[in-house]
Design a protein around this ligand. Structure first.
Ligand SMILES: [Zn+2]
Length: 331
């Protein structure tokens, strides 16, 4: 069965067999401390902290093509959009309110003096985030892989959205540059988020802003540990780590909101050369995981099938390497 034919979570369980691939960390290492083996729907995943750089990512995952098919399937929308899909008034209001408060609301202060401001949202779904911008007299454009949502957004909100398949060289050359590019819960689904950021550079004005929100590791508490990890997410960096990753790639940070989980950045006019010896976030990220895990009181002892998470309690016993490492760091 192909992923695009999936109709239910049971179908997905069946068809996922043989479609998962082991992948290396963005830094090239294959040495992981695996801390989550099943996602919120008990789908088999392997989320680990890279021992070399500390980046938390899914180490066994769908290919990017299969992941795109998964987004386009109705099962994805049903599983991750509360069953009703995103066409109900309730679901739309929730999204437009979020955008008014936490996307437009977050960038407004930096865009006051712009004439005819222009925004591009990459992965815009049905365009609900763009509606408040349109109402605020911005020129709005969006790109999304899901054709059904592209058609829906064009009709419902009258916004300029194109599907990923229409994003060709003539579109790239004709669309011009933007004051703001929005990536709202997009980068966690991309195999190499920094490559996508690089490719979007051609659409950003010299002084343009990037708005990036993701399920950062610190936001586990907003979701709950057992609901946080899921099969379509490839990356779970902490917000501080991701900020440092952006700085190392020549971006300067304009603002950051740890609670909501977003970063506003711009391409720096004086880029800092990428560091060859990057900080290892292993201990800092493990600390976030342990605290979130303790918070939900779901520490489990034991190993084997049926145990969702490796026992952090066991790993934290004296004598274990991780215990020694944490002790050294003062945790
Ligand atoms: Zn790494």
């Amino acid at each position: 069965m192909d992923i695009c034919d999936v109709k239910s979570i049971d179908d997905f369980h069946t068809c996922i067999e043989g479609k998962l691939n082991n992948v290396k960390c963005l830094c090239g290492s294959s040495n992981f401390f695996v801390f989550c083996r099943y996602d919120r729907y008990n789908l088999p995943i392997k989320v680990g902290l890279c021992v070399r750089c500390g980046h938390p990512s899914s180490t066994r995952r769908l290919s990017e093509a299969d992941n795109t098919s998964f987004y386009e399937s109705s099962v994805y929308r049903n599983l991750y959009s509360g069953g009703k899909g995103v066409k109900s008034k309730e679901a739309i209001d929730h999204r437009t309110d979020y955008s008014s408060n936490h996307i437009l609301g977050a960038v407004r202060g930096y865009c006051r003096n712009l004439k005819n401001p222009r925004v591009l949202e990459w992965g815009c779904g049905g365009g609900w985030n763009l509606k408040p911008f349109k109402d605020d007299c911005w020129n709005v454009y969006g790109v999304d892989p899901d054709k059904k949502y592209v058609d829906y957004g064009r009709k419902e909100f009258g916004v300029e959205i194109i599907s990923l398949s229409e994003y060709n060289s003539s579109f790239k050359n004709s669309i011009g540059r933007f004051d703001l590019i929005v990536l709202n819960h997009v980068l966690e689904h991309i195999a190499n988020p920094f490559k996508l950021l690089e490719s979007l550079d051609l659409h950003l004005k010299e002084t343009g802003l990037l708005y990036i929100s993701m399920p950062f590791l610190e936001n586990i508490r907003n979701w709950g540990y057992s609901r946080f990890f899921h099969i379509a997410h490839f990356h779970y960096p902490s917000i501080i780590q991701f900020q440092d990753d952006l700085i190392a790639r020549g971006y300067s940070i304009v603002n950051r909101n740890d609670e909501v989980g977003y970063i506003i950045a711009r391409k720096s006019s004086r880029p800092i050369p990428p560091k060859t010896n990057r900080k290892n976030y292993f201990v800092a990220n493990l600390k976030i995981l342990i605290l979130a895990n303790l918070d939900e009181k779901i520490l489990r002892i034991g190993r084997g099938i049926g145990i969702k998470y490796p026992s952090l309690k066991v790993l934290l016993r004296p004598g274990y390497r991780i215990y020694n490492r944490l002790k050294k760091s003062g945790l």
